[in-house]
Write a protein that binds this ligand. Structure first.
Ligand code: IMP
Ligand code: MG
Length: 185
């Protein structure tokens, strides 16, 4: 599945982050987090659904005590952010006074995460940091900067390792860019 392949008549999938690169980047991020939170207990908030795969691998690299909770936010319609963020699944845990790490798959405009960060501040979070596997920082429309970031990606629409295209292709073990198919049929 690490080869480029045809998605449909108009689109190809071109590998950008093979699964081996993802694994080493996730290990590096886990070590950064271990060092930053040594001796503390962390509440990890995973942003569903996209960050599920990343979070599962990242958490297995942590050697500090953690609790895990989930939120679901929606702003995307196909490949375009609608800008209107909704909380479609809330946390089960209290965040007041706690050390919280938000785990996200990819930050694009930053609108989704800014909404969550504001909400957690309103709820009196103790400390709050953000970890993302992929940062499309050139596309940011907010001030938000991740504290722990894996790959820097200038743009394009990515799928696999949790990232979806209209709810499809999350299960791919590597990350691919959806590119136009310019070859003759
Ligand atoms: P933002 O609000 O524009 O930062 O978008 C953040 C969310 O949109 C991410 O958590 C992803 O779920 C989704 N997203 C952004 N870019 C991509 C992409 O290239 N592929 C798949 N999902 C994406
Ligand atoms: Mg996401």
């Amino acid at each position: 599945m690490d080869q480029s392949y045809t998605l449909n008549q108009e689109h190809l999938l071109r590998v950008v982050y093979p699964k081996e690169h993802i694994a080493s980047e996730v290990s590096r991020l886990a070590e950064e987090i271990n060092a930053a939170y040594a001796g503390r207990e962390l509440l990890v908030i995973v942003v569903l659904k996209g960050a599920l795969f990343f979070a599962a691998d990242l958490l297995r690299g942590l050697r500090i005590p953690v609790r895990v909770d989930f939120v679901k936010l929606s702003s995307y319609d196909g490949t375009m952010s609608s800008g209107q963020v909704q909380l479609t699944k809330d946390l089960d845990s209290e965040v007041a006074g706690r050390d919280v790490l938000v785990v996200e798959d990819i930050i694009d405009t930053g609108l989704t995460l800014s909404f969550l960060v504001d909400l957690l501040h309103r709820r009196g979070v103790g400390t709050l940091r953000v970890c993302t596997l992929i940062d499309k920082k050139e596309r940011r429309q907010t001030e938000l900067e991740p504290d722990f970031a894996g790959f820097h990606c200038p743009g394009g629409f990515l799928v696999g390792y949790g990232l979806d295209y209209n709810e499809r292709l999350r299960e791919l073990p590597s990350i691919f860019e959806v590119v136009e198919n310019n070859t003759e049929p």
